[in-house]
Design a protein around this ligand. Structure first.
Ligand SMILES: Cc1cc2nc3c(=O)[nH]c(=O)nc-3n(C[C@H](O)[C@H](O)[C@H](O)COP(=O)(O)OP(=O)(O)OC[C@H]3O[C@@H](n4cnc5c(N)ncnc54)[C@H](O)[C@@H]3O)c2cc1C
Length: 469
């Protein structure tokens, strides 16, 4: 049997843990079996809406999933406010909760139109990214960049500036050539660089606050095969080589493991090599092994560091070769809460060093790795990547752990280094803070007000971001 890097860690952590606490491991394994999603009813049996991690919830008066733009326009005109579009509910911030109307585009999915010569496709915004992969394969196309998971809807991904990695690749909205917006008044606007250009600039990353995007035209590319490699290296070496790694690889990111001194580097590059599909997900085993080490050794970080490094280091790289859309996104069944900031790229490694020090000094509960990526600039007014080469740092807290104390400690560092928050991930910034970070903030707010003068799209969270601050 081949012992992969992750399997060896899983076995090693199990053995080490057993040696330390015997039956404790058995108890831990039981704890690791968790429900795949938060319950859809509350303690009183009432139906509610919840986000993926379970921290955002609400009781919408009306839920609708219109099957046509005509029906959607009518609902926008007459449904009770706040009207909140929802995709897959994978945002961590309070963008979606509403006591008014929850509007899902789940009934509007699939490819509408295509341009084979230019590798473009017009797609319903309700399409989940995981369904878009095979739908585009059928027409010989693929998206240029994909996030870490592919459960999101296209509309939801655009709504928060969802991104993958790669110094030359913008976030998903950077590949949007046009979209159709149904305004809160029920009007239909076809927006692009030449048609309603100010709405195109303001609402391309729109937090669902400008109306509902129904169709999106994407600049894709021909199907490509890539070689994905995952290997471990000392974190200081990776941090030092990060600019060179970013320049050398088509796409690269790394996961920095607290209490180990190690990072897992993931590179993805075009190849003609024969197919070598990736095996079943093993990241989850690794993560749960790290959790076991946290549970057993959290209070003794020196031993935890020694054992984690011993178990992880020296393990062989993982290699796979397949269609790019199959290798870029992953399964992430262990729920968490997340904070992510996008920094000027030249500040990213210093910020990472400081964040890691904070975690290793005072947050022994952390066992998730930090995710570190590069994103190319774009010109959408509310894009966190507006006008600058960006480097992101994401910090995760297991969904049962106290994320507030961790994020309160980390956020000041990320802000001090000029970070802009991911709109879908937890942060405490308000309108005045954001106005200082976004050069076109005022114009974006004017466009929003002109489309939604009565504030029908605004819930409490959006009011704090856009108005009350
Ligand atoms: C496990 C996990 C992994 C993740 N990995 C990444 C990653 O690698 N990179 C990254 O950038 N983010 C990542 N995220 C965050 C996620 O991509 C974003 O929060 C994304 O917005 C979620 O999409 P969704 O379809 O669930 O949208 P929702 O969370 O349902 O909605 C997000 C926003 O979009 C708006 N919206 C939805 N549909 C429309 C529409 N049709 N028109 C207008 N507005 C609309 C909503 O009103 C809301 O403001 C991850 C999240 C999780 C839980």
């Amino acid at each position: 049997m081949t012992v992969t890097r992750r399997r060896a860690l899983a076995l090693g952590a199990g053995a080490a843990g057993a040696a330390l606490v015997g039956a404790g491991i058995v108890r831990q394994r039981r704890l690791d079996r968790e429900p795949p999603a938060p319950p859809v009813t509350d303690g009183a049996g009432r139906l509610l809406w919840r986000n993926w991690s379970g921290i955002q919830l609400s009781y919408p008066a009306l839920r609708a999933a219109p099957a046509s733009e005509e029906t959607l326009a009518e609902q926008l005109r007459s449904a009770p406010a706040p009207i909140r579009p929802v995709g897959a509910g994978h945002s961590f911030t309070g963008l979606v909760p509403t006591a008014g109307t929850l509007l899902s585009l789940d009934a509007l999915h699939g490819v509408i139109d295509r341009d084979d010569g230019l590798h473009r496709a017009t797609v319903w915004a309700g399409t989940r990214l995981g369904d878009l992969g095979p739908a585009l394969v059928a027409i010989g196309q693929e998206m240029r960049s994909l996030p870490d998971i592919n459960k999101q809807s296209l509309g939801g991904a655009l709504g928060t500036g969802t991104h993958g990695t790669g110094g030359r690749y913008p976030a998903i909205h950077g590949d949007v050539l046009a979209f159709r917006l149904l305004t809160p008044g029920g009007d239909l606007l076809d927006c692009s660089a030449t048609s309603h250009p100010e709405v195109f600039a303001a609402a391309r990353v729109g937090l669902g606050a400008f109306g509902v995007i129904t169709r999106v035209t994407l600049q894709n590319r021909p199907l490509s095969r890539v070689h994905k490699r995952v290997y471990l290296q000392p974190l200081p070496d990776v941090a030092r080589e990060w600019p060179a790694l970013t320049a050398a690889h088509d796409k690269v990111e790394f996961f920095a493991f607290p209490f180990s001194g190690l990072a897992a580097v993931i590179t993805t590059d075009p190849t003609d090599a024969p197919l070598q599909p990736r095996g079943p997900d093993q990241d989850t085993d690794t993560l749960l092994s790290l959790k076991r080490l946290r549970d057993l050794l959290g209070p003794v970080p020196a031993v935890r560091r020694w054992l984690t490094a011993k178990l992880m280091s020296g393990l062989p790289p993982e290699e796979s070769v397949d269609d790019s859309w199959k290798l870029l996104s992953n399964e992430r069944p262990v729920r968490f809460n997340e904070m992510e900031f996008h920094l000027p790229r030249e500040r990213q490694m210093q910020a990472l060093t400081e964040v890691m020090a904070i975690i290793e000094r005072g947050h022994h509960e952390v066992f998730f790795p930090l995710e570190v990526r590069s994103i190319a600039p774009d010109d959408a007014w509310l894009s966190p990547f507006y006008g600058r080469e960006s480097g992101s740092i994401a910090v995760h807290a297991y969904y049962k752990d106290d994320y507030q104390r961790l994020f309160a400690a980390v956020e000041p560092v990320l802000r001090r280094h000029g970070g802009r928050p991911h709109w879908g991930k937890l942060h405490t910034l308000r309108a005045p803070d954001l106005a200082a970070l976004y050069p076109r903030w005022r114009e974006a707010m004017e466009v929003r007000r002109s489309l939604d003068p009565e504030g029908r799209m605004l819930n409490d969270h959006l009011r704090a971001l856009f108005v009350d601050g």
